[in-house]
Design a protein around this ligand. Structure first.
Ligand SMILES: [Zn+2]
Ligand SMILES: [Zn+2]
Ligand SMILES: [Zn+2]
Length: 485
């Protein structure tokens, strides 16, 4: 008995907060809100209201305000794509990406099944070499060879991807390559159309009237800190996935045209300070035909799963960089602030470096630090102002989107989210027992929302941990079966 009393003094702040939440009077609703986050790491806290009025009868048909919530706020999932930020939301994103890629390969979600018969390939485009790096080399027979440094590295060796000789490694070339990777891809898609038109013996005008090239791509960082792209490229008829391309346009022709386009695509970057640089694709190019469901090694399902996995990865996991911008906010990276008298004052926040965190103190590998340093230095040059290298130094220069697709590829992520939102709304409607399926213009919804904070209260965090545990358990049972059966 005495020991139980003692416990009250060591009770954790989280448990104390949980007691407080219970005292608010509606713990069920608190639990319900947290469970609805499905384990989100840092939900967005909102305050606000929404009212739906029927303007013909001037009656309120539905209203909601966070004033009625026990904690006075509404939680919504953070929706972050990156697994390093929110594992739960990144799983939702991965599932959406999977369905999007899958629909573009085998139909479904408003995409006809006939897309399966269109020529389709899965391509990996890489960056060229900027100097020798430590790596695991194998012969075509699978025998592991020594790295040029004389050692045989393990999979988790931190030196993998770092230069054998950092002093001669072309850091400027590497950062400029990352910074132009998105533009190089865009130019590649133009060249690809030209090369296809040439092989088909068509003018560009005739080509555009006969077929369309659709693609979906994801960016991934290699250990050496350079971006590369994985892409699904598909040939469609003139109206996109609903129509078939001409029979002469085969997967084999597409493969050859991709090889031609990769060889010819280049961007020239001019600079008096660092010299001119030619941005080109690397020699490593992988093109594989995607076979119809079931047979062959690269099926629709495999490609969709592959792309979905890459879509949630971030530069942090792959190259070991940091996931926040390094620009000092108060001075916008300039290192000084300009007063009303137009005199410049050294920024107190960064002591003139312009960086939110001192680069020598970043917990990253030396190679990554040197990429960041190079990006920052190049950011000072007026010829590279458009690349916003300070803002993207933590991404080692790359500022493109992680996953993009052409409009004709398949359904969109927004469309998938709309479906989910509509479903949630339908649930909410079912809850208040009204049938509002007749969505005519007489219903007007008015709302106002403000952002409060991100994250849970300590007590809610306990509940979220329980939710995560339950979800993991449910997953495990789904894959392994119920242990006691
Ligand atoms: Zn989240
Ligand atoms: Zn080595
Ligand atoms: Zn500053």
């Amino acid at each position: 008995m005495a020991r139980l009393l003692d416990l009250r003094h060591v009770i954790s702040p989280a448990v104390r907060d949980l007691v407080e939440l219970a005292n608010l009077g509606d713990l069920d609703r608190v639990v319900e809100q947290v469970r609805a986050m499905r384990g989100c790491a840092r939900p967005v806290n909102l305050r606000g209201w929404t009212v739906t009025t029927d303007t013909t009868t001037d009656t309120i048909v539905r209203s909601y305000t966070t004033d009625d919530e026990p904690t006075g706020r509404l939680l919504t999932p953070c929706g972050n794509r990156r697994a390093s930020r929110c594992p739960a939301c990144s799983r939702v994103y991965a599932a959406d990406t999977y369905h999007l890629i899958k629909a573009g390969l085998s139909g479904g979600k408003n995409v006809p099944e006939a897309v399966r018969s269109h020529p389709r390939v899965f391509v990996t485009l890489t960056a060229p070499s900027f100097g020798h790096v430590h790596g695991i080399r194998t012969t075509s027979a699978g025998r592991v060879l020594d790295c040029p440094c004389g050692r045989r590295h393990r999979e988790d060796d931190p030196v993998l991807g770092t230069p054998l000789d950092p002093a001669t490694y072309d850091y400027t070339g590497a950062v400029l390559w990352n910074a132009h990777a998105g533009a190089l891809w865009a130019r590649f898609t133009i060249y690809l159309r030209r090369k296809l038109a040439k092989r088909l013996g068509l003018t560009m005008k005739q080509f555009n009237a006969a077929l369309r090239v659709s693609f979906a791509k994801v960016a991934e960082y290699q250990k050496r800190g350079l971006v590369h792209f994985h892409a699904v490229i598909r040939l469609d008829g003139p109206d996109g996935h609903t129509t078939a391309p001409p029979a002469r346009a085969t997967a084999d022709m597409l493969t050859k045209a991709i090889r031609d386009a990769v060889k010819d695509t280049e961007i020239t970057v001019e600079s008096d300070t660092v010299g001119d640089h030619t941005i080109k694709w690397g020699k490593r190019l992988d093109i594989r035909e995607i076979t119809a469901l079931g047979d062959g090694e690269l099926t629709d399902n495999k490609v969709a799963a592959y792309v979905a996995k890459y879509a949630t990865k971030s530069a942090v996991e792959d190259s070991g960089t940091i996931d926040r911008t390094l620009v000092c906010r108060p001075c916008a990276g300039q290192g000084y602030t300009t007063g009303p008298d137009r005199f410049r004052d050294l920024c107190d926040h960064c002591e003139g470096t312009g960086q939110a965190e001192p680069l020598p103190e970043l917990r990253v590998r030396q190679h990554v630090r040197q990429m960041i340093r190079t990006a920052w230095a190049l950011g000072h040059l007026p010829e590279f102002a458009g690349l916003k290298l300070w803002k993207w130094a933590h991404m080692l220069g790359f500022r493109g989107h992680f996953s993009t697709k052409s409009r004709a590829y398949s359904t969109t992520l927004t469309a998938l989210r709309d479906v989910r939102r509509a479903w949630r709304l339908a649930q909410a409607r079912a809850d208040d027992g009204r049938d509002l399926t007749d969505e005519d213009t007489t219903l007007v919804t008015d709302s106002s929302w403000t952002y409060l904070a991100s994250g849970y209260r300590p007590g809610e965090e306990l509940l979220a941990a329980q939710t995560r545990h339950d979800l993991e358990e449910a997953d495990r049972i789904k894959t392994e079966g119920v242990p006691w059966l």
